[in-house]
Structures are given as C-alpha cells and as structure tokens.
Design a protein around this ligand. Structure first.
Ligand SMILES: C[S@@+](CC[C@H](N)C(=O)[O-])C[C@H]1O[C@@H](n2cnc3c(N)ncnc32)[C@H](O)[C@@H]1O
Length: 209
C-alpha cells in the first residue's frame, strides 16, 4: 500500500468524505482541552489557528472574544467551519476570517498575532522551520501554542493515528525557540485528550522580544 503524503489532495479528500459521511459527528466536536486549558486566562486579541480543520478551536476562540484568522488548505473543512460559525451567530461569525492557504507557503505578517495556535498539523518540511514560521507571526507579549501527537505510543510501542506524520515534539520545539526571545511556559507530554492512543506534546511559549 502506498504511504499517504498528507498533502492538500489527501486532506481535502479526507475532509470531504468525513463530512459527507459523518458531518453530524464532526459538528459536535469539542474544542481541544489543551487549547481551552492553556488559553482561557489570556486577554483576547488577534489569533491565528494554523491548520484549523473542522474549526471547533476557531469557534471557541471567537466565542471568547478573539478575532481569528483560520487557515487550512482543505476547502471542505473551511466551508464546514464557516457554516458552523454562521449557525452560532453573526457576532461570532464576524470575528473569523476563514482563509484557504498552504502553511508551507502562506505567511502572516511578522508579529501580527497575539496568539498563534497550531494543533496536530503534519509538518511537510522540517519541524524547526515550521516552528520558526509560526513563531514569527507572534507579537511581543503574545503566545504560541503548539500541540503534536506522537506517532508511537511510548507505553506500548504501538503506532498511533499520527503514524507516518511528522508533528511537533517537545524537544524540537524548545530547541527551535531562541531563549533570549521566548519564555517556554509549558513543555510537556500529556495523555491524549481526544480519541486515540499515545501522548500529545504540548508547548506554550510567550514572546519576550
Ligand atoms: C489532524 S487535522 C487537525 C485539525 C485541527 N487543528 C484540530 O486540532 O482538530 C490537520 C489539519 O491541518 C490541515 N493541514 C495540514 N497541512 C496543512 C498545510 N500545509 N497547510 C494548510 N493546512 C494544512 C489539514 O487540512 C487538516 O485540516
């Protein structure tokens, strides 16, 4: 069997099939507990949800007062997110800019977000490059929240649903953030908060300069 490449065609096909067959279930997805736990005490401002997928995290942020740019390269996922936001109400929908873009090439203006989140996104190039790209969009005083699912469950050695993907891990993110410019507030592996096995790497850092 050929290995998936996790490119735009792969994700668009996956989202369009999932939404066609299980749209109701997707509509009830909860926001990430890592997100809600880490961000709830931050003052709302401008946020980037990079690789927003079904949009539950974007919706939670917008409902909590954030002005969100939600980027994904799956048009189906974005359409789902947009319709969920409209169903919540005009005020929340107006706080979200759904943007179709490939994170490998899409760039935000430097320092233009108070919060950048990137959860469970496969890095097509190096993790280091992806972290630097996300970090550069954070304003001084702002927060970077990265979450990755480990491809192997460390307790059993079994492959997880992230097998074959390259997602952020604690060591690589911490190494990529210049300690003169970043305070790493959280850098830990936690039991997975959504369906599946294994652990998630959760990194929250604050930009100092
Ligand atoms: C596993 S899903 C995670 C979605 C959401 N962040 C969450 O935590 O539920 C990964 C998402 O990232 C998107 N994605 C992956 N690589 C991307 C890229 N290079 N550019 C834009 N979106 C990307 C996919 O389309 C998919 O919606």
């Amino acid at each position: 069997m050929t290995k998936p490449t996790y490119d735009q065609a792969f994700w668009e096909a996956l989202w369009s099939k999932t939404l066609r067959e299980h749209g109701d279930k997707v509509a009830h997805r909860r926001p990430s507990a890592h997100l809600t736990g880490e961000v709830v005490n931050l003052h709302p401002g401008r946020a980037l949800d990079a690789g927003c997928g079904h949009g539950a995290d974007t919706l939670w942020l917008a409902a909590h007062g954030w002005q969100v740019t939600a980027v994904d390269f799956s048009a189906s996922a974005l359409a789902h997110g947009r319709s969920m936001a409209e169903a919540v109400g005009a005020e929340v929908a107006a706080r979200i800019d759904w943007t179709e873009g490939n994170l490998a090439t899409w760039t935000a203006d430097p320092g233009c977000f108070d919060l950048v989140i990137c959860l469970y996104v496969h890095a097509a190039g190096s993790v280091d490059e992806m972290v630097r790209r996300m970090a550069s969009a954070v304003a001084v005083g702002g927060t970077l929240l990265l979450v990755g699912h480990r491809p192997i469950d460390p307790s059993t050695g079994a492959a997880t649903s992230a097998a074959g993907q390259v997602q952020v891990c604690v060591e690589q993110v911490v190494a990529a953030l210049d300690p003169c410019c970043w305070e790493v507030v959280v850098a830990e592996e936690r039991p997975r908060s959504v369906a599946g096995t294994g652990v998630d790497a959760v990194i929250r850092a604050r930009r100092l300069s």
